[in-house]
Design a protein around this ligand. Structure first.
Ligand SMILES: CC(=O)SCCNC(=O)CCNC(=O)[C@H](O)C(C)(C)COP(=O)(O)OP(=O)(O)OC[C@H]1O[C@@H](n2cnc3c(N)ncnc32)[C@H](O)[C@@H]1OP(=O)(O)O
Ligand SMILES: CC(C)C(=O)C(=O)O
Length: 531
């Protein structure tokens, strides 16, 4: 093993073997259709990878384009600790171009490959012997340029055993320092993955002097399992990408193997140099620059990976997070577990969430808010923090209100006039009216006026969405003026007209309070007798 090939960071402990993390987000990851990144974005991602402790960054395929060449060169110049690697086909031109780009790095690596399976040997149309000669020639050439050379028999897992063993031996003899065994089409299964590496190490002359690497694709959803199995078989380098980005179904996800080794150290006694607390930040950045959203239930980095919505789970989490979490959110760079408030949530989670938001409610208040929360959750997929704040504030306001909205039905659409049927409770007495107007809000406001006679003038009517989506609550603010007294009212509801009427009524209630404070008898507000 050369000095350049040594893992960085903490040295391997007596009990745990060090596994190097080789990130190929910028090469294999970028090969995902549509995932192309700009030069500056590649530099930024490379710097984050370096910062988080990745051992080797495969920065690109320098012969592929001038842009790739420039990105690999600049990443090589900027690298602080990581080995910077470039990919090259099994030809001298590719290898020279790759070296031109990576040579600027303090720790450069050339990675050259050729497909060795029967299917892949047909691509450059080479016989077994011709390919063997090509491997010898190209690996030797690469090693003459660079002391750190990685060689990959592409489609290794579909290559005949005898031929694979033969070409791996040739590559080692020609100077390769890392032998990478790719499962190019995601075909292998964990037991095979472990056995293949174990057998290569046991049977190929010189195998003990090089690092074996595993490079898995996720076509059958087994990339992480195969990579970990390969480590158990003796591989000490895992090739992976952030968010599992990569060709077709993607590559092994860096965050999955790093966290699996961290969490299951009891049965997988290996360690990496990656600072797992930087995982979320780079995952979000890679998702943003590649334009590939992370699926909600993606292991480790999905939006729901540390989120709990069902009441029993939330209650269990509040009693002890270990009940439903095998990792601490902080270990992947999240500040906290998210208790997602939705229709499956219970009172324990609601109380805890409200406490976090600064509302310490008495039991009866909590019960009222809970009823309204469940009603909202039935209409809305997810109840956000701002929704809850709006609910509690509405509850607080409603507690002292003399006028309350009981029922509202609005008929609206293209054929006017719009009509509103409204029932209010005024000082404990139910009253109803029907009114028309120019639009549903106007009709509803006219219905309020029909029940509560007042001379206040509407100065402002404003609607905004509390949260995102078509099921978002609308917050309505109204401002009214009467005899120089200005009052405002606010309410939130998923129904904009309901929110409008409640905001209007809220303002009227405040007007009554202002009148009382001004020494006037609030009964001066006359209620029209329409009942
Ligand atoms: C499994 C993997 O991820 S492998 C990496 C795949 N990544 C990429 O292909 C992305 C970058 N690729 C490119 O930009 C282009 O394909 C280039 C610049 C490398 C080559 O472009 P072109 O010269 O136009 O060749 P084209 O892409 O059409 O065909 C590939 C050629 O490389 C040959 N080839 C493929 N792999 C290898 C290899 N490992 N070693 C030697 N030759 C190879 C093929 O036989 C073919 O040559 P041929 O037409 O003479 O048979
Ligand atoms: C170039 C090699 C390592 C590769 O990407 C693959 O086989 O999937």
């Amino acid at each position: 093993m050369t000095q350049a090939d040594q893992p960085r960071g903490a040295s391997a402990t007596a009990s745990k073997d060090r596994v190097k993390i080789f990130d190929t987000t910028l090469r294999d990851g970028e090969q995902s259709p549509g995932a192309t990144m700009t030069h500056d974005e590649k530099l930024e991602i490379a710097s984050m990878l370096d910062e988080m402790g990745v051992d080797i960054i495969e920065a690109g395929f320098p012969i592929a384009s001038d842009g790739d060449f420039a990105a690999v060169s600049e990443i090589a110049k900027n690298a602080r600790q990581a080995i910077i690697c470039g990919l090259a086909r099994a030809n001298l031109k590719d290898i020279d171009r790759c070296w031109e780009a990576v040579r600027h790095a303090a720790r450069p690596r050339i990675h050259t490959f050729i497909g060795t399976s029967p299917l892949h040997r047909a691509i450059p149309n080479l016989t077994r012997d011709e390919m063997a000669d090509r491997i010898h020639e190209t690996v030797t050439h690469a090693r003459n340029l660079c002391e750190d050379v990685q060689w990959s028999p592409m489609d290794a897992t579909r290559t005949e055993w005898d031929y694979l063993a033969r070409v791996v031996e040739i590559a080692i003899k020609a100077g390769a320092t890392t032998i990478n065994i790719p499962d190019t089409v995601g075909y292998t299964a964990p037991v095979e993955s472990a056995d293949l590496i174990r057998r290569l190490i046991a049977e190929v002359p010189g195998a003990a002097d090089v690092t074996f690497a595993t490079h898995c694709h996720n076509d059958l959803g087994m990339a992480t399992a195969n990579s970990l199995a390969a480590v158990e078989g003796g591989a000490r380098q895992i090739e992976c990408t952030i968010n599992g980005l990569g060709e077709r179904a993607g590559n092994t996800a860096l965050e999955e193997v790093v966290m699996a080794l961290k969490v299951r150290g009891d049965i997988l006694p290996y360690e990496t140099g990656v600072d797992s607390r930087k995982i979320m930040a780079i995952s979000r950045r890679v998702s943003a620059v590649s334009g590939f959203p992370v699926q909600f239930n993606k292991a480790i980095v999905g939006k729901n990976a540390f989120a709990h919505e069902s009441g029993i789970h939330q209650d269990g989490m509040l009693k002890n997070p270990e009940n439903f979490e095998i990792m601490r959110p902080v270990d992947v760079g999240l500040t906290e577990t998210s208790l997602v408030m939705g229709k499956h949530s219970g009172r324990a989670a609601l109380r805890s969430k409200l406490k976090d938001l600064g509302y310490d409610l008495a039991d009866n208040q909590l019960q009222d808010v809970f009823v309204r929360f469940k009603a909202l959750a039935d209409r809305k997929k997810e109840v956000m923090d701002d929704d809850l704040i709006a609910l509690v504030q509405a509850e607080e306001r409603a507690a002292e209100d003399r006028i309350r909205v009981e029922r509202l039905r609005v008929v609206c659409g293209t054929d006017g006039p719009q009509e509103a049927e409204l029932t209010l409770t005024v000082d404990g007495e139910e009253r109803s009216s029907t009114a028309t107007g120019d639009g549903p809000v106007d009709a509803a406001f006219n219905a309020v006026k029909a029940l509560v006679d007042h001379s206040a003038r509407l100065q402002l009517y404003q609607v905004s969405a509390v949260t995102e989506g078509t099921d978002a609550q609308a917050t309505v603010t109204v401002r009214m003026e009467e005899d120089g007294r200005i009052v405002s009212g606010q309410s939130a509801d998923t129904d904009t007209v309901v929110a409008s009427v409640k905001a209007y009524v809220n303002a009227l209630n405040r007007l009554l309070v202002r009148r009382e404070k001004a020494g006037k008898d609030a009964r001066e507000v006359s209620y029209k007798d329409v009942g």
